[in-house]
Design a protein. Structure first.
Length: 119
């Protein structure tokens, strides 16, 4: 499984990538929407884990743009702002496969990624 992690919190995404690698998951990370859009041009990912609130562009808009480039990629949103409005925007309205609140449990994240790939 190849995963792209997108969050402006560098420590968070780099740590998540390391923890996923220790569990056999190949994960790349970026801290901006522009980097995410650039990297998917040349790298195939199975799942993108995207922060809902990214500076300059919403995670929801980023998901739409990434999906145009990689229609089969699955999406999981994560946020530190676990409001009901964010949940509705991230899951139902934007079509994410899952929506997780930070701090994200690595075990739960891997479970959700595996479940998303089965859909």
């Amino acid at each position: 499984m190849r995963v792209l992690l997108v969050d402006d919190e560098k420590e968070l995404v780099s740590t998540l990538a390391e923890r996923l690698a220790l569990r056999g998951v190949e994960a790349d990370w970026v801290v901006t929407a522009d980097e995410a859009l650039r990297v998917v041009e040349s790298e195939p990912y199975d799942v993108a884990v995207v922060d809902v609130k990214i500076p300059g562009i919403s995670g929801i808009e980023l998901k739409r743009r990434l999906q145009k480039k990689r229609p089969n990629m699955k999406f999981i949103f994560m946020t530190g702002h676990g409001s009901e409005a964010d949940y509705k925007a991230g899951s139902a309205e934007a079509g994410a496969d899952y929506y997780l609140a930070k701090p994200v449990s690595i075990r739960v994240l891997i479970e959700r990624m595996n479940e998303a790939l089965k859909k």
